[in-house]
Design a protein around this ligand. Sequence first.
Ligand code: KMH
Ligand code: ZN
Length: 277
Amino acid sequence: MPTDRLLITVAPTGAETAKADCPALPTTLPELVETAVACEAAGASMIHVHIRDADHRPTLDFGRLQDTVAALRENTSLVVQLSSGGSVHDPLADRLKVLDAEPDSCSLTMGTTNFGDDVFLNPWPFVCELYQLSQEREIVPEFELFDLGQVHALTRLLNKYGLPYGGQVHCDLVMGVPGGMNGTTDALVAAVAALPTATTSWSATGIGRSTLPVMFAALSKGGHLRVGMEDVLTLARGVPVRSNAQLVERAVDAARVAQRTPMSTEEARMMLGVRQR
Ligand code: KMH
Ligand code: ZN
């Protein structure tokens, strides 16, 4: 893969923001598909998906997950990554069942994190079970790393259970969560230095106001980017994001200055080792 190629992952919805507080958030399947199509056209090649129920609340309803994967595959060629993190209220068993919907990729968080006033629970036995399940099902995990301890835990996981399906190790640094590592250049440099030697690619995202520092730090360090309304709802102080595509376009603009080119969905599949379907 040429080193100038940039993976842009869009995380359009998340589980934390209420539709009532942000009507532009894509919470229905038609809205999600419309967003996905626009983000692919803007330069994204992977989508990190959280879904909502009929009342726009976070859900891991299996039928909805299946319909979502099918609709995204029908309307886009994006790599479809389902969140196995869900919301802080989702039971661990429901989070494991996400893999039954057969996405291309699943997020896999490497440890428990304070998440504002809540706790995002990822006990070690759960991490190991989810990882082994992803290997069995031939689903490529994206390792979500919220702090340095989780970076270290990834080395332990790979030493114990071997490489993921597809043989590639892709990590995503999720920075600036209240309870996780800072969204700063210094924290990013420390986390990247500690990544397992088996790591083949990594991206980063900064929550809220850490979005831009993390984006520029990741670009200058040769990493990839995750952007989207899961992570940030303003373009600048007091300027709300109108759409996820706007955030992808901003990432493409920043990448252009850094002489990085958004990769195609085919290139993303190859880099991540995603199963051919
Ligand atoms: N919603 C957060 C509690 C993931 O998608 O895997 C967890 C999260 C991570 O967003
Ligand atoms: Zn997520």
